[in-house]
Design a protein. Sequence first.
Length: 295
Amino acid sequence: MVIINLKDLQIIKILAENPLNKSINILAKFKDRDGHAILLINKQPFSKDHIQDLFSEETSAQVQLENDIYSQYILTPKAELNQLKSTLIYPATDKHIDKYSQHKIHLINESPEDYRNITLPYIEDNALSAQWVERILKHESESENIVFEDPDPNTGFILLPDLKWDKKQLSDLYLVAICHRHGLRSIRDLTISDIPLLRNIQDQGIASIKEKYGVEQSQLRIYVHYQPSYYHFHVHFTHLNYLAPGSNVERAHLLQDIIENLELYPNFYAQKTLSFVIQEGNALIAEYRKRGRLL
């Protein structure tokens, strides 16, 4: 585990910021270490258990506006009510820096031929290392966070909280199920033979979340990203109240829809044109431009 002293971090530049998610990505370096570091920082949701603590003598209120019955203030509560969550990536590669930087985005309509001729060769040559996934599957990392595990090599998976969730409130619940089986990179690889795996993830994931957190199935958004951020098949479980990054229609495919599509057409995702969002500066977009496939 990397223990950091914030005084040793020097900011190089802001890579991206999102006012909606109240998040910021920062490129930095350590004074006494080589290589770049990336800090992903976001403000925490309110905790219902500490709302009353906001209204204490320790909270200052600065008036911004007063008009008839309306008034606006900037509140500064005590430090423990104003915490930030941060994820550190160190050492960060150029691919990490590109991934967490803000770019102009484009929508790609990827035909099956585009996938075979453009996207798949790119994935095989350029995909980020998923060694951290292997460490989770082998219980070498984050084993204390596992909510549920089915060890079956074909239909099994590990369910654990995503790093985006601080586990303090259910309104932004976010877990991820990582399958034990290797060789499934994305929904493009799924066929009707994978339905037992998908149903197992769906059924046991729902049951485990209900048992541990008391969240009903009707309050869960269960989906798969395309393109995924790493090419080892995994499924996202988020609370409906939480608009998680990547839960938008351009990227998220509901797991129930995936199952039903494969039941209708055994090779549905190998044969369908799939759309995905890609950032300017990504090497894959250059390949699409070169082939005249970016409209």
